[in-house]
Write a protein that binds this ligand. Structure first.
Ligand SMILES: C[S@@+](CC[C@H](N)C(=O)[O-])C[C@H]1O[C@@H](n2cnc3c(N)ncnc32)[C@H](O)[C@@H]1O
Length: 187
């Protein structure tokens, strides 16, 4: 079976994230991506993870503790539009992931949106190392999701080809709005 967008995001991360790397989870949620990244970078690496909901921090902390992976993670209650506050000037990262939308099993009106997502991408781009990736998993089945998806696709389509490769991964014949993936790779 072909990878779903979520699974493909992990396939890409496995390919490009190495032990000791610095990486970002821009939408921590329940911590599944944070844990996945923490296991890839190992104890000498660093995962910076952000969310605007206290519940996300609590759930992620618990998951990381259960897997003895909290040491290499820095969790911030912070809007990813302000990610510059936790990035040092000289920090070079191999990957960042945005799993957009709302926190599963929580308030579905607290969602990511195109404006803050783009602000965050623009702050992370200068920190990408060669071949480094920003991965976005996009959902358009909820209110606001379609607008966010279009903003992300419009912006990333305009990135200069000499500096970045931009991949759009999506199924053409599936019903019920399956998630899509955008990957930006620094050349
Ligand atoms: C789909 S969930 C993330 C799932 C998560 N990556 C996981 O593995 O469980 C989206 C998350 O983005 C968070 N979020 C919404 N707007 C945000 C923002 N501006 N900055 C950071 N996080 C935000 C939500 O609170 C929610 O927890």
């Amino acid at each position: 079976m072909l990878d779903s967008a979520q699974r493909f995001s992990h396939t890409l991360l496995t390919q490009y994230v190495k032990p000791n790397d610095f990486v970002i989870d821009a939408t921590m949620g329940n911590g599944h991506d944070t844990l996945f990244l923490a296991q890839l970078v190992g104890k000498q690496g660093k995962v910076i993870a952000l969310d605007i909901q206290e519940q996300a921090l609590q759930n992620t902390t618990q998951l990381l503790q259960e897997h003895s992976a909290l040491d290499q993670c820095e969790l911030h209650l912070l809007n990813h539009a302000n990610i510059y506050q936790v990035l040092n000037n000289n920090m070079s990262i191999s990957a960042a992931i945005f799993n957009l939308g709302y926190l599963p099993k929580a308030d579905k009106t607290i969602i990511t949106n195109g404006d803050t997502t783009l602000q965050s991408i623009k702050q992370i781009l200068p920190h990408l190392q060669k071949n480094g990736l920003i991965i976005l998993v996009l959902y358009d089945g909820h209110t606001g999701g379609l607008e966010e998806k279009e903003s992300v696709i419009n912006y990333t389509s305009s990135l200069p080809q000499k500096e970045y490769h931009v991949l759009h991964y999506h199924f053409l014949n599936q019903q019920n709005n399956p998630p899509q993936l955008i990957a930006i790779q620094k050349r």
